[in-house]
Ligand binder design. Structure first.
Ligand code: ADP
Ligand code: NI
Length: 255
């Protein structure tokens, strides 16, 4: 689904709310906040994020956010979740990522400031920030503390973009951005027991497949994402098999 289709969908949400206004006056407060309706807030957020992530070369560019947003909307269709919260969290999910900011933590300061500037009500902003705080993968041995259906959906959409062909491309883009070697046969993958260990790891990009990417299939939250992850997982397994064959020269013969 393209940008226009996503916008059309939020328009439908808006029409639904306008209908509610006619039948329940109290809903008016929820729809038009500080002069901006949900559609306008989402469009402003798209414009802001598109600008913020336009120069990224670490695999966390605008198009990553766009795919997460688009896929989160699709997963949301199968779940009884709040689409506005899902969309805001998807669009803002990498704004405070520890990998991209100097503080190295996940406190969603910038997302919070943005939501405040759009006059999003405190309860909605808190729910979005709660998702952003818990979205990141923190290591193979660290529990997932995501606490809402909307969060599960956005986390799945983010994780789907970490696997498959795009996941492979993003992993090497990030490895290059961080000056990591492609592969080091003398450094086996680790199972990180804490977020600190995971964050401080400087291992080769191939290790990242074993430390995170190949584990994601079994950690998807929603049935929709579990299904999509199966095929994307197989793409990575085949890629790694071919990579190791080529590394060993298994297909190289002089004839
Ligand atoms: P998360 O918040 O779960 O880390 P992101 O959307 O921020 O998800 O992006 C994660 C992606 O960043 C990974 O899937 C991978 O492509 C890249 N990445 C993160 N850490 C590494 C690493 N150590 N080596 C290679 N790629 C990495
Ligand atoms: Ni992301």
């Amino acid at each position: 689904m393209g940008l226009q289709a996503a916008e059309a969908r939020t328009n439908i949400t808006r029409i639904t709310y306008l209908f509610i206004i006619n039948t329940r006056r109290s809903a008016v407060v929820q729809v038009t906040i500080g002069g901006m309706d949900k559609q306008t807030i989402l469009q402003k957020t798209v414009d802001y994020i598109r600008q913020e992530f336009s120069n990224d070369s670490s695999g966390h560019d605008w198009w990553h956010v766009y795919r997460v947003w688009k896929n989160a909307i699709t997963i949301c269709e199968n779940e009884n979740a709040d689409s506005f919260i899902v969309q805001l969290a998807a669009l803002l999910h990498d704004l405070d990522d520890w990998k991209l900011n100097d503080a190295g933590d996940e406190t969603p300061l910038r997302a919070k400031a943005w939501l405040e500037s759009c006059s999003v009500d405190v309860s909605t902003a808190d729910r979005v920030c709660e998702i952003i705080e818990h979205i990141t993968y923190k290591g193979a041995g660290v529990d997932n503390n995501m606490g809402s259906l909307e969060g599960f959906i956005v986390q799945d959409a983010d994780r789907l973009d970490a696997i498959g062909a795009i996941g492979i491309a993003r992993a090497f883009a990030y490895g290059g951005y961080k000056n990591r070697p492609l592969y080091d046969p003398d450094s086996p993958p680790q199972r990180h027991a804490t977020f600190e260990q995971y964050k401080n790891s400087k291992s080769a990009t191939i290790n990242h497949f074993y430390e995170k990417l190949l584990l994601l299939k079994d950690r998807m939250n929603t049935p929709t994402a579990k299904r999509i992850a199966e095929q994307r997982h197989e793409v990575m397994v085949q890629f790694l098999s071919q990579f190791m064959d080529e590394w060993a020269g298994a297909d190289v013969r002089a004839d």
